[in-house]
Design a protein around this ligand. Sequence first.
Ligand code: NAD
Length: 472
Amino acid sequence: MDFTADYTMTIDGAPVAGAGTMAVINPASGEPFATAPAADAAQLDAAVNAARRAFPGWKATPWAERAAMLTAAAKLIFEHTDELARLFVREQGRPLHLAKGEIQGASFWLRQVAKQQIPVEVTEDTPERRIEVHHEPLGVVCAIVPWNFPVLLAAWKIAPALLAGNTMVLKPSPFTPLCSLKIGELLRQVLPPGVLNIVSGGDELGPMMTAHPGFAKISFTGSTATGKRVMEAASRDLKRITLELGGNDAAIILPDVDVDAVAEQIFFGAFYNSAQVCVATKRLYAHEAIYDRLRDRLHALARQAKVGDGLEQGSEFGPIQNAAQFARVTELLESARAEGLAVLDGGAVPDKGYFVPLTIVDNPPESARVVQEEAFGPILPMMRWSDLDEVIARANDSLYGLAGAVWSADVGQAVGIAHRLETGTVWINQNLQNTPFTPLAGHKQSGFGVENGMDGLKEFTQPKAIFIPKGG
Ligand code: NAD
């Protein structure tokens, strides 16, 4: 693949150059390496109109045929794993083997979601009448995706929305548009024109989309601050919304864990993708009996970790994805140092690009910014606890409620703790797991609505109750 090649948007099944262009930067070097199209308002209109025109035909297409086209899309993406993954590393930064995992994860999602069906629910069936609840597609979905998992999170929207009979205009992040544009190009081969339109652009394109009257629903993944703006924009014409937002996830480590056995998993749960994961462990609460040993193990892992260009053999962790995020993360680290917190430095990192060492902050107070804020970068605050009720209260004392984890040799006790955490997901003795059939739903300011699972699929539909009389 020629990485400097022309990238085109997909509108009405056809390649479209942008009214403008924008540079795409490789975060491992900080240098631009490709140019992406930037849509203007007229091109957005064209995409929405194409999706609106395609909607009646797509809605009328039998469910099984739509599912078959999504399965064909999954196959195409899988077949292009290598070239997409190489492009992915250049624009997103993650090491190549993990980039392949994301491309194949997106393919897996399309294939698995395509197996789902929404059953007709019968809420009453008496001699007098039968009441059936059907689920109809909404219309054109506006899908807005962030830069941390640009391909997988796009698939999380494309698969259920299209399966349910909606059409879509999808916008990748301006920082990571290229893989989505390439996938749009590939899927022109299997989807009817207008069903999936992909437009890219700068900061002005997202607000133009959420304000556009042609959309029936907005499916948004990104920060809580932007999520609030999306919700406000959607309120003007009561567009349906699903918001998957930020998190500040707590992991609670009980004193009975085998520190040597679990340290590495806890480490990856915090630092995978250089901690640019919505559901990463972002506050680590370790019981005082094992605190020092776990801290020392994690610190040793952080010092040994190979942080580098994702295309270099052996890299385990890539850069921060973009300059603005890099500035936020480094500022948070400097503020932790300025506050006098015990900052345990990670290992060496390259001196160009947006690299940050994997860093642990040793037992900061709850009030420290590094505990209160979502770093979205490799700075892990680790805190001591001794009283279970108190640590659960500390874990729950957050504006966020995306996910959490409990680590214990006593799974029964861990389940009890899981029930007390105010989050949409809790992992026990594992981390970062999601399945196409399991709802991901942020509690509190981590989201609104549900992605994935049957509940997520139904969010792309309108329930319709039909009252059918019997006996004349
Ligand atoms: P962001 O909110 O800055 O941007 C997300 C997307 O929204 C981008 O495509 C951006 O161009 C677009 N956008 C920006 N302003 C907009 C506006 N006013 N109206 C409409 N669209 C707009 O988020 P980000 O920095 O790309 O992503 C990081 C955040 O995403 C983190 O907070 C992370 O926790 C969260 N996230 C959540 C999940 C989840 O499933 N809950 C998954 C991944 C990331």
